[in-house]
Design a protein around this ligand. Structure first.
Ligand code: XUL
Ligand code: CO
Length: 433
């Protein structure tokens, strides 16, 4: 097959003044920020499903993209992998992510699907040997095929639970073989459409047991990466069990997995759950379960998960601020779970989407790092809570409600409200953007 990205040179950092269409203005992988290379802070990953498998359909029309690798032969799967690694080279990204269904044709039987996946995994492994791009995470698509329409681990039919087990076992093993640094479970169909036909308690229990079995298998095969749950409140099912970070934490605690499993937080999913992206990251960090992020944005006027590439550094700087405060990524990274629009037909559109998004993230990271280095926000926050440094305040936490009340009952404690200075803090943040 001819080179799909023929004529497109590797993208370079040219600085903010560059006028070339395909240049990084802010993303400079080797630039050191807060003691770490920018590439190592951001840990960008290309998502195989949106960039190579998505065909451009919408509810009103079929495919608009006519990629030469579309089809269900193994030769086409290899051509798709060739194109993927060409894009990785052009972008200089350190990572990629995939589902089984993105990289191999579905077989007529499980055995055939497994053979296809193992064969393409070998091919991807060979490509990795001559490229620098590594696997950030692998995952199983337990939501597209009709067998999963009523759920995977939460399906009323135990045979589907078994099929999901076989699929995740295989994908985890393939991820391990390819040196994946994480394994993600997103429960797109782990939810329900109507309570009228749903045994909610049984489904939740099965989902918990399934996750315990996945973690146990990861240990058995020596997988040292991080297992991640990706929260989302709805879409495709009406009500999904992994609603948001707080819900997932409660679920993990319930099944004794809060030290085994972390979260992969997606920008658009946070908004669907009625939260900001930075809220979800800050909460996960506070609970000790922050893992990785899926970077995209929704169309704010549609209220749906449109998975667009990010294009505003101001929107995401607070998220990187929380990531830096949490100490940065360890095994996680920034995965572009984002797709180009269905009219963006040209190979260069796919490149430009990633270049723009990488630059927006880099600019957000720079702003976040500058805010942290400046220290004013952290100092003002610490001052706001300074009263808790006093011995009597700490004693109050250790004692009873009556002991806490006693200081007030004895007289002399009359709280003085103080400004939260939100607008002044927002003005301060704007100086760094
Ligand atoms: C769907 C979504 C998935 C997961 C991986 O909304 O985000 O692509 O990231 O299954
Ligand atoms: Co995602």
């Amino acid at each position: 097959m001819t080179d799909y990205f023929a004529g497109i040179e590797p993208v370079r950092h040219e600085g903010p003044e560059s006028d070339s269409e395909l240049a990084f203005r802010h993303y400079d992988p080797d630039a050191v920020i807060l003691g770490k290379r920018m590439e190592d802070h951001l840990r960008f990953a290309v998502a195989w499903w949106h960039s190579f498998a998505w065909e451009g359909g919408d509810p009103f029309g079929g495919p608009t993209f006519l990629r030469p690798w579309f089809g269900d032969t193994m030769a086409q799967a290899r051509a798709k992998a060739d194109a993927a690694f060409r894009l990785f080279e052009i972008l200089g990204v350190p990572f990629f992510c995939f589902h089984d269904a993105d990289v191999r044709p579905e077989g007529a039987t499980f055995a055939e699907s497994r053979r296809n996946l193992e064969e393409i995994a070998d091919y991807i492994g060979e490509k990795m040997a001559t490229h620098r791009t590594r696997l950030l995470w692998g995952t199983a698509n337990l939501f597209s095929h009709r067998r999963f329409m009523a759920g995977a681990a939460t399906n009323p039919d135990p045979d589907v639970y078994a099929y999901a087990a076989a699929t995740v076992k295989l994908c985890l093993e393939v991820t391990h073989r390819l040196g994946g640094q994480n394994y993600v479970l997103w429960g797109g169909r782990e939810g329900y459409e109507t309570l009228l036909n749903t045994d909610l308690a049984a489904e939740r229990a099965h989902a918990g047991r399934f996750l315990q079995q996945v973690v146990d298998h990861a240990h058995r095969i020596g997988f040292r990466g991080t297992i991640l749950i990706e929260p989302k409140p709805q879409e495709p099912t009406k009500h999904q069990y992994d609603h948001d970070v707080a819900t997932v934490y409660g679920f993990l605690r319930d099944f004794g997995l809060e030290r085994e499993v972390k979260v992969n937080i997606e920008h658009g999913h946070a908004f669907l759950a009625g939260h900001s992206f930075e809220h979800e990251i800050a909460l996960a960090a506070a609970l000790g379960i922050f893992g990785s992020i899926d970077m995209n944005r929704n169309d704010w006027t549609s209220g749906w998960d449109t998975d667009q590439f990010p294009n505003s550094h101001a929107d995401i700087a607070p998220a990187y601020y929380e990531i830096l405060r949490a100490g940065g990524f360890t095994t996680g990274g920034t995965n572009f779970d984002a797709k180009i629009r269905r009219q963006s037909l040209d190979p260069v559109d796919l490149v430009a989407a990633h270049v723009g998004a990488m630059d927006v993230c880099a600019r957000a990271l720079k702003a976040a790092a500058a805010m942290l280095a400046d220290g004013t926000l952290e100092r003002l926050r610490a001052e706001r809570y300074a009263g808790w440094q006093m011995a009597e305040a700490q004693a109050m936490l250790a004692g009873t409600l009556a002991e806490a009340a006693a200081r007030v009952e004895a007289g002399g404690v009359e709280p003085e409200p103080r400004s939260g200075r939100q607008e002044r803090l927002e003005n301060l943040v704007n100086r760094f953007l």
